[in-house]
Design a binder for this molecule. Sequence first.
Ligand code: ATP
Length: 355
Amino acid sequence: MAQIRVENLRKSFDQFTAVQGSNFTIPDGAFFALLGPSGCGKTTTLRMIAGLELPTEGKILLDDEDVTFRRAAARDIAFVFQLFALYPHFNVAENIAFPLKCQGMSRREIGERVQETARMLRIEHLLSSKTSKLSGGDRQRVALGRAMVRRPKAFLMDEPLGALDAEFRHLMCGELRDLHDRIKATTVYVTHDQLEAMSMADQIAIMNKGRVEQIGAPQEVYDRPASMFVADFIGSPSMNFLRFEGGLRSGDRAIRLEDANVAVPEVREDRASGSLVLGVRPEHVRFSDGAQVRGKVFGAEYLGTTQIVTVDTAHGRVAARLPSAATVRIGEAVGLEFQSERLTLFDAGSGLAIR
Ligand code: ATP
């Protein structure tokens, strides 16, 4: 397996720059997700790593070896487009064997490799079955087997579960992660679905308009977002943004909102007066008499064990995740209190977190 490093990677199509100078290192054996909205440059980044697109600038290194100008077939990387694309007239063994046949490998060696791959995927009992008779999950395993059988240095996957319905996709996320834990193959996984990235990846790179805004473990990007874009993109419902005017001094541990002090994690830099944003996740808001912000209940959405209650305040609409047993009346005047150590401050102009 391999470490993948990307240095100052840029890609322009005529006047338009799709990838604006990315830098990241994917450790050997890691599951790395490229996450972001449609058009942010995920697929273009992946295609450059695969060798299907030539960078305008920058380098791609596989295990410290510069492969920027090496053609795709010589990179020893498997690109998995769509996990369900199998050859219907072949049985499972023939489907898995196909890439090795194309390489001209001997029959004996192909047989051994197919057996080994099937064992890893736990589909040995299906080897002589027609793929058209398989369940969705087994088809996915066969498609993965076809990518694995070449023993590539890394797997690149572009929205492989995109065509599936939500429930099945969730199931397959668990399968893919389980498989990754067993074979420990370096994997780069492109998705616009934050839940897929959060549930599977060791590290997530969040992209916006061709730039990587933050790279971190799922919990890190959720708890300590580097920007309002990241904070907004990750989490459902999204983080609340409460705008206010004020200045900050290094060492401050509170901000002033309405007539109340709101304790915040210690500020590390001075910030002259200006527009600031307090970021609060819905699960860190509660109703309280000793409130920091006052408002009126706008609506409530029942979700089973919890409910999302929206409250209109002078700083905008705030969503709170409350136990579903809490009694809430539309139009009721309520006070909100925030869990201080979980708050994030942002500069409203740049959108960047103030730490
Ligand atoms: P999606 O999930 O919609 O595929 P993405 O994040 O993968 O989005 P890319 O496919 O990398 O985004 O595309 C990034 C931008 O580059 C888009 O605006 C797209 O239109 C543009 N682009 C991609 N390929 C080309 C090309 N061959 N020629 C011109 N523009 C391109």
